[in-house]
Design a protein around this ligand. Structure first.
Ligand code: MG
Length: 376
């Protein structure tokens, strides 16, 4: 990645927010004028191309918008990333607008991560993916300064990383479905998207080719609690580990009803975003799916995982469709997770980092400082 292609914040950031986004507009080099001993933030849009079109409960997509971030400090660079699936309400313009408002040069110490989060929350209340991009870059930078990866700084055992699931979506063409399942070879868990009207067909066609455990993500797609319960029983007889976000995030009473009766754990995803949501989730879910783009990055994600475990909840670590940058950052936390869904980098055709690897289905954290990535 050419550092000169990154944009300096400030006026250019504001320009991005005000203009239609075109990647070609960012190809010309932009000189940085960072101050020594201060945090210098730069960023550029980077659209992720999906290897397969993604069929979700409420839409289909072939690309995902992203923004790549760098924070430079005394010759070291921390890498970060914002990935913005459309349903979360952020986009390239909003992320660039938020990043353009930040003045990180007021901070002389990159270890003041808590202060920087307080500052970012004071600039705007939401913009979680944009905040995550800064948080990830700060963790990468501070880990590099300490010369250690973050799992070590947190005192976690890299042998305790979970297997990761690999996500497939339904295809009515049996040959296409077979090809998708062949791509799951080596994975110990397959994640199946549901709630799009082919739920049983998806599992039945998958089971023709594979007997590995599955987990199910309904993406709020089930509307009837009785049918949801019947589906949980049906899935429990087909080697399913858990069900993620079966019903609408606002259907709290119905979800609590389902949780009481389901033979499978019920995991919250769309229901929760940040740390204060964990206690709320404990009322009606068995576990939570933590994602850096929801939690504003690693700083709060770590606290969410610790709190959820203290409340006796299961912890799942997920990701958006993103490069190895954000996925490798999430992998640092993975020894705290019961289950991982860290396949976002495997779903794209244009990764720009080397980082976390899946070895024999298991999350394998890079042996490098920071978040463990190097640009390709
Ligand atoms: Mg989900």
């Amino acid at each position: 990645m050419d550092r000169r292609n990154f944009l300096k914040t400030g006026m250019l950031g504001a320009l991005i927010a005000a203009s239609p986004i075109s990647l070609s507009a960012f190809d010309s080099p932009t000189r940085q004028s960072g101050k020594s001993g201060r945090l210098n933030l730069s960023f550029r849009p980077y659209e992720l191309k999906l290897r397969h079109a993604f069929n979700l409960a409420r839409n289909q997509r072939t690309t995902t918008p992203g923004v790549q971030v760098q924070i430079e400090y005394d010759g070291l660079i921390g890498y970060g990333e914002a990935s913005m699936p459309p349903y979360l309400g952020e986009n390239v313009a909003s992320v660039c607008e938020f990043l353009g408002k930040l003045d990180l040069s007021q901070f002389a110490d990159p270890f003041r991560i808590e202060d920087i989060h307080e500052y970012m929350d004071s600039v705007a209340p939401n913009d979680r993916a944009a905040k995550a991009s800064v948080d990830i870059a700060l963790h990468d930078l501070t880990g590099k300064i300490m010369g250690q990866p973050w799992y070590k700084i947190w005192g976690l055992n890299p042998e305790k990383t979970p297997n990761t699931s690999y996500t497939i979506s339904y295809d009515s063409n049996p040959d296409e479905m077979r090809k998708k399942i062949e791509e799951t070879a080596g994975f110990k868990v397959i994640k199946v998207k549901m709630g799009v009207g082919h739920d049983k067909e998806t599992v039945e066609s998958l089971r023709r080719f594979s007997d590995v455990p599955i987990c199910v993500d309904a993406n709020q797609g089930w509307t009837n609690k009785q049918k949801a319960l019947e589906m949980c029983h049906w899935l429990s007889e087909r080697n399913c580990l858990f069900v993620e976000q079966p019903m609408d995030k606002k259907a709290i009473d119905d979800t609590a009803w389902l949780r009481e009766r389901s033979p499978l754990p019920i995991i919250a995803d769309e229901f929760l975003q940040r740390l204060p949501d964990v206690k709320r989730a404990a009322q009606c879910y068995d576990g939570i799916n933590i994602k850096l783009m929801k939690s504003t990055g690693l700083h709060e994600a770590y606290q969410m995982a610790v709190l959820a475990r203290a409340l006796g909840m299961k912890v799942m670590l997920g990701c958006m469709t993103e490069t190895s940058c954000a996925v490798s950052a999430a992998s640092q936390l993975s020894p705290l997770a019961d289950w991982a869904d860290l396949d976002g980098n495997l779903l794209i055709a244009n990764d720009i980092f080397d980082g976390m690897k899946i070895v024999d289905g298991k999350v394998t954290i890079p042996d490098r400082p920071g978040i463990g990535v190097v640009p390709l």
